[in-house]
Design a binder for this molecule. Structure first.
Ligand SMILES: [Zn+2]
Length: 229
């Protein structure tokens, strides 16, 4: 089933059969979301040809989710569905909290959004795509070290420079905020599996009371280097 508020954008979209299939796959997420608000719109944008040849998504304001599918890329329904799961989690959580205070707020929200993205692929019996596998592998291999590096900055106010460094700087591969976010989300969900279902309707303060953040042990060899966060 497709909720009526999503239908108009789909009808106007190219590849609407694939978009419809993606929406059917995210039905459970939409149902959760619809309980909270009815005025979200999903747009499929095919106008950008060179967005790194990758499909991307963003939430614009509280009401709009835009899925960018470069005109030179043929979309795959499960990839679209996994992006929708990510953005619907953001949209749902924005009904409870619509502004990030600290770096940790956004790190956790992105980590949980990526976890939902990963989970949707698992439910659909799909292998994680390259983007998700990259985050999982990096989080397994380097998550603790990156977390230790960020730890002194977790409560810093999320200004635009810090936001850029954590979530948009791709000079070293996947931005650090996603890797550390997935690392923390994965640990929080393993410690308390119900947190996955509850997280979308909890505030940032409730997250911080629910999740036990690991306290990294610093030795002289692991003292955070002075990266510009
Ligand atoms: Zn996100």
């Amino acid at each position: 089933m497709i909720y009526p508020c999503f239908a108009p954008a789909i009808a106007e979209s190219p590849n609407h059969e694939i978009c419809m299939e993606a929406l059917r796959t995210t039905e459970a997420y939409q149902a959760e979301f619809i309980k909270l608000r009815h005025d979200v719109k999903i747009y499929f944008d095919r106008s950008s040809a060179s967005r790194n040849y990758a499909i991307g998504a963003e939430s614009v304001g509280a009401n709009n989710i835009v899925i960018h599918i470069p005109s030179n890329v043929q979309p795959i329904a499960t990839s679209l569905a996994s992006l929708l799961a990510h953005e619907l989690f953001h949209a749902k959580h924005r009904c409870v909290n619509n502004a990030f205070g600290s770096a940790l707020d956004k790190i956790l929200e992105e980590g949980l959004a990526v976890y939902h993205q990963y989970n949707l692929l698992s439910w659909s019996h799909e292998e994680p795509d390259a983007y998700i596998s990259g985050i999982i592998a990096a989080s397994d291999e380097q998550g603790a070290a990156f977390y230790r590096e960020l730890y002194p900055h977790l409560n810093d106010h999320l200004n635009s420079q810090l936001d850029h460094d954590l979530f948009y700087d791709r000079s070293h591969g996947t931005p650090l905020g996603y890797i550390v976010g997935f690392y923390l989300a994965d640990r929080a969900i393993k410690a308390n599996p119900q947190f996955l279902a509850q997280a979308g309707s909890m505030s940032f303060d409730e997250w911080k009371k629910t999740i036990v953040l690991p306290v990294p042990r610093f030795t002289s060899a692991t003292m955070p280097r002075h990266r510009a966060f």
